[in-house]
Design a protein around this ligand. Structure first.
Ligand SMILES: [Zn+2]
Length: 178
């Protein structure tokens, strides 16, 4: 067997299916694609309703990239996002910024997962904030998006390693030159 091939592994995750709320399963494997570098292929799927989302992420470093997605509707909440360990995520309309985590591996999540986490952080920062009115405004906007009534927003991921992905055909990728 080729050394570069791994046997696909299946895990039960604690992510919930966006369609029916059951636990999602993850199939994960690393492979080589002809004329491409090594990639890891990650597929989330639901055994109850057969919801499925895949992400393909390169394992090697690439050129720095900025990926942008306009969030327009609740459908965008289900878009799968791969955030590498170096990615900085921004939503300029609410001045939100999520810096790289301490995790050694990248994270696969959804737009909804990212927005929910920003909301949770707001709760933690909460009363210590210098400008409670601004916090309240950001909270209202985020809850608005999650409930499907909010103005258009922009999700930007800047990644020096070029590995991050927003898994939507409407996402635009721009190389960041030196
Ligand atoms: Zn389901």
């Amino acid at each position: 067997m080729d050394e570069d091939e791994e046997i696909p592994q299946e895990f039960q995750t604690n992510l919930k299916c966006p369609s029916c709320g059951e636990d999602l399963y993850l199939i994960f494997y690393n492979t080589q694609i002809a004329y491409e570098e090594g990639v890891s292929i990650e597929t989330y799927y639901c055994k109850s309703c057969l919801f499925k989302q895949s992400a393909v992420a390169p394992m090697e470093r690439r050129d720095p990239v900025r990926t942008t997605l306009k969030l327009r509707s609740q459908d965008d909440l289900r878009v799968v996002v791969y955030r590498s360990t170096e990615a900085v995520l921004q939503i300029p309309e609410i001045e939100a910024e999520v810096l790289p985590g301490k995790s050694a591996t990248g994270e696969i999540t959804t737009v909804e997962g990212i927005l929910s986490r920003i909301l949770e952080k707001l709760d933690i920062i909460g009363e210590d904030a210098e400008d409670p009115e601004k916090m309240e405004k950001i909270r209202n906007v985020l809850e608005g998006i999650l409930n499907g009534n909010a103005p258009e927003m922009t999700m930007i991921i800047e990644d020096p390693s070029g590995k991050s992905r927003i898994n939507s055909s409407r996402a635009s990728r721009v190389k960041l030159g030196p």
